[in-house]
Design a protein around this ligand. Structure first.
Ligand code: SIN
Ligand code: MN
Length: 330
């Protein structure tokens, strides 16, 4: 799938692109059939809502679930980003967000690149999300909200919110959000027929199978889901290989450590069998839970110097417990 010149211009202006119904019902069914079994598992990759046992986010299913391993190599998801960056990509993060009926909690206003920079030491913004809806998304089940054009502001000051939801997030101050929304078109209005015309907040909605691509600096959020309908969506955070992260402060199931370029499968891969590796089929390896706040470069230097002490980034004496994670929502 190749982005047209109009789409490239639109992406540059707005910071996102929306592709309604890009995946068929049959393709989405293959993925949806797998989600309940994934959410039922007791593994660290399932992060639950603050209010109870409902899964908010499942991380890294592409490492242990066959349909999602194929999705992670799907050309409709990978190729547009490869085109935008003009470079091979690796999987920085893979998540299935639940936003469950009645229980799905908010995602505060944030930029993903803020977290990738602050926690993972990703050098530049050459990474972004591409998401597909596994459920129909409407006004009521917590659709994503974007401030169009906000990516042009680069990295915006954020604070580490440790209390609002079940996990920490680098969030943006309300005053700044108000200013950004005002500049992007304010509260919008109504046309002659009384229909709402959006201004500085937009919210792409559509059937299951729709896809959204958005810039790493685009400011976004979503409200809680009080409706009786789930809003499950899968997010691939794809990073240019040359822009790989420089430290492992977060466990590997949240911020991946394998910078090998993704090789796409054929376009029919969700409906046909193709061989893929499932390296975490029997559980996440202990090394993937180890973390360190020390950047790779410093580790290498201190390992080479006289006062040994730090070790390779994936584990060893410099590693801290996995519980000491930073923002895990981006
Ligand atoms: C959402 O799924 O509503 C937001 C997820 C995110 O911002 O990472
Ligand atoms: Mn986000």
């Amino acid at each position: 799938m190749k982005l047209s010149r109009e789409q490239l211009e639109q992406f540059d202006r707005d910071g996102y692109l929306f592709f309604p119904s890009l995946f068929t019902k049959d393709e989405i069914r293959v993925l949806n059939d797998e989600v309940p079994a994934l959410y039922a598992q007791r593994r660290p990759e399932n992060v639950r809502e603050k209010t109870g046992d409902v899964v908010r986010t499942n991380f890294a299913a592409h490492m242990y679930s066959y349909p999602f391993a194929k999705l992670a190599r799907h050309p409709r998801m990978v190729e547009p980003i490869r085109q935008l960056f003009g470079e091979d990509l690796y999987m920085h993060q893979f998540k299935i967000n639940g936003k469950a009926a009645f229980d799905g909690d908010v995602w505060q206003w944030h930029q993903d690149y803020g977290t990738w920079l602050n926690d993972d030491m990703m050098p530049t913004e050459r990474a972004m999300n591409i998401a597909i809806f596994l459920d129909d998304v409407n006004d009521y089940n917590g659709p994503l909200m974007f401030i169009p054009g906000s990516h042009k502001r680069g990295v915006i000051e954020a604070k580490h919110d440790l209390t609002t939801t079940s996990y920490p997030l680098w969030t943006i101050d309300n005053d700044l959000i108000s200013q950004l929304v005002e500049r992007a078109g304010g509260r919008g209005g109504f046309d002659a027929a009384g229909r709402y015309v959006p201004g500085g907040i937009v919210s792409p909605k559509g059937p299951a199978g729709s896809m959204i691509l958005f810039h790493g600096c685009l400011v976004h959020a979503s409200g809680s889901n009080l409706s009786p309908w789930n809003r499950v969506a899968v997010y691939l955070s794809l990073c240019a290989v040359s822009n790989h992260i420089r430290r492992h402060k977060r466990p590997e199931y949240i911020a991946h450590r394998d910078f090998t370029p993704i090789e796409c499968l054929p376009d029919d891969c969700l409906l046909k069998d193709y061989p893929v590796d499932l390296p975490w089929k029997d559980g996440v390896p202990a090394s993937a839970l180890q973390t360190s706040t020390v950047p790779f470069e410093e580790m290498k230097q201190s390992a080479a110097g006289p006062s040994q002490g730090a070790t390779a980034p994936s584990g060893g004496s410099a590693a801290a417990p996995a519980a000491n994670v930073g923002a895990i929502s981006a």
